[in-house]
Each structure stands twice: as structure tokens, then as C-alpha cells.
Design a binder for this molecule. Structure first.
Ligand SMILES: *Cc1c(COP(=O)(O)O)cnc(C)c1O
Length: 363
């Protein structure tokens, strides 16, 4: 079915959707990734058949053979995106074709099947349409969409799977962080990605390998981890699930270059918007010791994390074994971070014009 624009999804409506009153109670205070909508999308792939049986089905558990490949060798990738519903009831997605393209880049790195990009986007649309009543409209709220794919061939041989299952599930969410600046733990014991590794792929394994560093961050009362490069343990890479930017006092915004980091769609949008707001945007290797020195001297005035879940979140301080490095206006939203965040959120939610063709509306 690749290249075919009209995909025939079979739709089986849930016989037991969550009651309206219960859904409204969930939407009033959704948290992050705790509640799921009434439906999900599934599409199968087999080495002989290609993609087949695209379907929308009631949300529910999967039954897997214990020898299912993903449970042993972790051939799994995912995406994260959000649907926004405005008060006038228009539903918007932000750059879904960019998620579709990145999904295939991740698939290629993990030796998995390629999913036609229009099929990826249509799968997301199908779920958003049937469960649009689950999109909260409050401040900072959205429907988080989680497309993912895993090896569901049944065997213990080490080789790419003969079968994959692609799915999309959805979860109403509020803000990932409370809105205050976050404290970041600089991981000196663990690294996330090495040259030639899987750092640029959105695979579950990268997250599994980062959990211990995240636990170390929590022990030091930090919300997030900052990883350094695996070779010299010197260069700033990214956070566990977010990219990082620094604002300098000469109207320059800097971020580490691509390679071993995840090519964030938010990162890309921030760079575009910052240039339009008159900033010089630089992608260059950033030594952590230079960051500490520049923060102390005032050359760095702000730092922020960005990603679909976190949107744009200011960083108040970096903590590491030898001490704490405070950034600019500690604990408050710096003006540059705030303007970039507002600019991005307004486009995503349709309250500012979409001059880049980034927004897809769903009817
Ligand atoms: C998903 C992700 C990001 C952010 O990507 P967006 O496309 O902006 O959501 C950054 N880093 C990692 C490790 C990620 O998994």
C-alpha cells in the first residue's frame, strides 16, 4: 500500500468508551501520560506482505508470545507529538510530516521496516478524529500522541525481525513541568550516546540506558539530566528527552550540533523562530566548563530545554559533583526564553499566524 493516498482503515468503535463525566474529570487534571483514550491504531508489517490491516480498535492490552523479539533485543522506536484543540474547536497538529520522516530515520538505524510517511500521518489523523473529545483545551493542555513500532516476530535469533507492529496511542496531558525553571544534573558518570551509536534515533533503548542517570539527578534534587559526550566527557549533548539551548548577551543563541543527539523538531522550530526574532543562531560544540564560566561572567544569560513534551522550559541551575552553576535570573522565565516559548505556543495553538506551513488542521 505504499504510495497509496487512500488507506483503508477498518474502524471498530469501543463498546465501552469512558463515560462523559469521568472523561471530563480526567481532562480537568490530566497529569502526563496517565490516562489513555478509547481507541488505538494498529498496522502490521510482514517481510512478505509489507504493511497490511490498518485498523482503529478499542484501546486495550496486547497479548504477546514470550519469545517476541522486542522483549529480548529491544528493536523499538517511537515518536511524540501533540494535538491541540482551540476554544473554537479547531484541532491542530504541529509538523506531523517531520515526525513521520524522523520515524523512518529511527527505523533505518534500528534495521526496521520503513512506514510510508502519508500512512504515518493518516494513522495519527484517524486516532485524533475518533478521540477528539479527549483533547483538553485548558492552558498548557493537549492530547499527547505516541506512535511507536516494535519487532513482534517470534524467535530468539539475533537478526532484524520478520514482523513489526506499528501503533498509535493517545493520552490527554497537562504541562510536563510545573512552569518554573528546572534544575539540571550534569551526568559525569553516565553517557547517553556515542559516535556510531543510536543517539540520533528515537528508540526506547536510549531511554532505558538513561534512567539511572535520571535517578541520580533526582537524588540531587534535579528535574532532568544533562548528558556530556561519550568520548571526552566534555561537550554538552542534550537532556534525557529534550534538546538544550543557551542565550548569550550578544543576541546569540547556541545549541550543540546534530550527530549523537536527537534532531528535535522543537529544536528546529526554535532555531527558525530565533533567527526571525533577530538572533544569531549558532550550532557549535559547547564545553561544559565554558558554560559554567560564561554563566558566572554573565555572558550566558539564559538556558532552556525544548521538546514536544516540555515545550520550552527555562533552566535555573546546573548541578554537578563539584558544585552548582546558576543561570541568569534564577527561577524565573528569562525574557528571550519567554518570547520564544510564546511564539511557538501561539503558532501551535493557532493564536498566531502559521507563516511556515507547520500546522495541520484536522476536521
Ligand atoms: C523526542 C526527543 C527530543 C525532542 O524532540 P522533539 O521533536 O522536539 O519533541 C529531544 N531529545 C530526545 C532524546 C528525544 O527523545
Amino acid at each position: 500500500m505504499s504510495g497509496d493516498k487512500t488507506f483503508d482503515f477498518t474502524v471498530t468503535r469501543s463498546a465501552h468508551p469512558v463515560a462523559d463525566a469521568k472523561r471530563e474529570a480526567i481532562l480537568a487534571n490530566p497529569g502526563f501520560g496517565k490516562a489513555f483514550t478509547d481507541h488505538m491504531v494498529m498496522i502490521d508489517w510482514n517481510i512478505d506482505k509489507g504493511w497490511y490491516n490498518p485498523r482503529v480498535v478499542p484501546y486495550g492490552p496486547l497479548s504477546l508470545d514470550p519469545a517476541t523479539s522486542v522483549l529480548h533485543y529491544a528493536q523499538e522506536i517511537f515518536e511524540g507529538m501533540k494535538a491541540y484543540r482551540s476554544t473554537d474547536n479547531v484541532v491542530r497538529l504541529f509538523r506531523p510530516e517531520a515526525n513521520a520522516a524522523r520515524f523512518n530515520q529511527s527505523a533505518a538505524r534500528m534495521a526496521m521496516a520503513q512506514l510510508p510517511e502519508d500512512l504515518f500521518v493518516e494513522a495519527v489523523n484517524q486516532l485524533v478524529r475518533i478521540d477528539r473529545g479527549w483533547i483538553p483545551t485548558g492552558e498548557g493542555q493537549s492530547l499527547y500522541l505516541r506512535p511507536f513500532m516494535f519487532a513482534n516476530g517470534v524467535y530468539l535469533g539475533v537478526k532484524p525481525s520478520s514482523d513489526y507492529l506499528f501503533m498509535v496511542i493517545a493520552s490527554p496531558v497537562g504541562s510536563y513541568f510545573s512552569g518554573k525553571a528546572v534544575n539540571v544534573w550534569v551526568s559525569e558518570n553516565y553517557t547517553r550516546a556515542a559516535p556510531g551509536g543510536t543517539g540520533a534515533a528515537k528508540c526506547g533503548g536510549n531511554y532505558a540506558a538513561g534512567l539511572l542517570a535520571q535517578a541520580e539527578a533526582s537524588e540531587h534534587e534535579c528535574d532532568q539530566v544533562l548528558f556530556l559526550d561519550a568520548v571526552e566527557r566534555k561537550w554538552v549533548e542534550e537532556m534525557g528527552g529534550m534538546n538544550i539551548f543557551f542565550v548569550r548577551d550578544d543576541k546569540t543563541i547556541v545549541t550543540p550540533p546534530l550527530g549523537t543527539i536527537l534532531p528535535g523538531i522543537t529544536r528546529n522550530a526554535v532555531m527558525t523562530m530565533a533567527r526571525e526574532q533577530g538572533y544569531t543562531v549558532v550550532e557549535e560544540p559547547l564545553a561544559i566548563d565554558q558554560i559554567y564560566a560564561d554563566a558566572a561572567s554573565g555572558r550566558i544569560t539564559e538556558a532552556f530545554a525544548c521538546g514536544t513534551a516540555a515545550v520550552i522550559t527555562p533552566i535555573g541551575a546546573f548541578r554537578h559533583a563539584a558544585g552548582t552553576c546558576r543561570i541568569g535570573l534564577d527561577g524565573s522565565n528569562g525574557p528571550v526564553t519567554g518570547a520564544l516559548r510564546d511564539g511557538l505556543v501561539n503558532v501551535q495553538r493557532g493564536t498566531a499566524p502559521d507563516t511556515h506551513g507547520w500546522v495541520h488542521t484536522i476536521d
